[in-house]
Design a protein around this ligand. Structure first.
Ligand code: 5GP
Ligand code: MN
Ligand code: MN
Length: 320
């Protein structure tokens, strides 16, 4: 942490970037750090390749998120949050990051880190937003209500609203500190967990396509571009669906396969705790955590589904 704190302390103009298809933690940690740095008198701007899910549009400072790159030389430092591989930030920013003299990383995903001048990467944390809060506290930075709302959203969403196995006592302490600093708990919940009819329609399609195997321990389903179009939904509407599959009683591992507009297949995997799905993702060039991981693969839906199903069955068979 100290190395990252030092490199940030020395910078005046900071560029913040997170992963493509950003989630609540990607956006919450980036915007949270933006507010914290501005309160320190620094210049800070957030880049996101998007698309931004509608439930996060309320986050304070969202109007300052841009998908336009700055000029080289317009910033002293880039901070990569909630990911540690430059390619996770999208093709445009990946090329840009490679040209920057100073990159710091704050992340909680598994996998080797071979990028950046200072990296604080620790899968022991539930959320990057938790790490940013602890950094602010260690450095004595003022946590404004705007920063607190962004960081709370990141901690809340990456712990599944304080339900997942990553919900440690420290997570509750961080959440309490953020609430104390002015995080708007009930307004955040209303925005993030609003009922969105098109998502429920998608979920209906996912349940229609559900295939249970391995004595009900493996749940697989898929969504085609055609399904998305029929419902009027986009990729950002699918974040919660794979969680729903994992919560079917008896299911140990779930995976959702979805066609991407570029003709690839995005795989989202979830485990209840016994199988390490990040192993499967990392082997194939993706990443994540033990209980939640993903990868995007070239190939057709049926082929990718077969390959991943075989790997997940092997993981389940190792248990029995
Ligand atoms: P999701 O299935 O919700 O997209 O992602 C689950 C977890 O795996 C998240 O922590 C996410 O950052 C990570 N993840 C998903 N897809 C990829 C990928 O293509 N590459 C890497 N490195 N991580 C991914
Ligand atoms: Mn994330
Ligand atoms: Mn995260």
């Amino acid at each position: 942490m100290k190395q990252v704190a030092t490199i940030i302390a020395q910078a005046e103009r900071v560029w913040l970037v997170s992963h493509v298809l950003p989630d609540g933690d990607a956006l919450g940690s980036s915007l949270g750090l933006m507010h914290l740095l501005k309160a320190q008198g620094k210049q800070a701007r957030v880049f996101s390749a998007g698309p931004i899910p509608e439930e996060y549009l309320f986050l304070p400072g969202m109007d300052q998120v841009s998908d336009v790159l700055p000029q080289i030389g317009d910033q002293d430092l880039a901070v990569m949050l909630d990911c540690h591989q430059p390619q996770r930030t999208g093709p445009v920013s990946e090329a840009f990051l490679a040209k920057l003299p100073q990159v710091a990383i704050i992340d909680h995903h598994q996998g080797a880190v071979d990028f950046g001048q200072a990296a604080w990467v620790d899968p022991g944390f539930a959320a990057t937003s938790e790490m940013v809060t602890l950094l602010a506290q260690a450095e004595g930075w003022d946590i404004t209500p705007e920063a607190a709302t962004c960081l709370f959203t990141g901690v809340q969403t990456d712990t599944g609203s304080f339900r997942y196995a990553n919900t440690t006592p420290r997570v509750f302490r961080v959440a309490a500190d953020l609430a104390q600093a002015g995080a708007q708990v009930w307004p955040i919940s209303q925005e993030v967990y609003a009922t969105r009819p098109k998502r429920l329609s998608l979920l209906g399609r996912i349940m229609d396509n559900l295939e249970l195997s391995q004595e009900g321990r493996l749940a697989l389903s898929q969504i085609t571009l055609d399904d998305l179009e029929k419902v009027g939904a986009g990729p950002a509407d699918l974040e919660q669906a794979v969680e729903t599959l994992r919560l079917i009683p008896g299911v140990e591992v779930s995976a959702l396969f979805r066609q991407t507009p570029k003709g690839a297949v995005k795989v989202s995997m979830r485990s209840r705790g016994k199988v390490d799905v990040s192993r499967v993702a990392i082997e194939l060039g993706g990443g994540g955590h033990k209980n939640a991981a993903g990868v995007t693969l070239e190939g057709n839906l049926a082929g990718v589904r077969r390959d991943i199903a075989t790997r997940l069955r092997l993981g389940l068979e190792e248990l029995s």
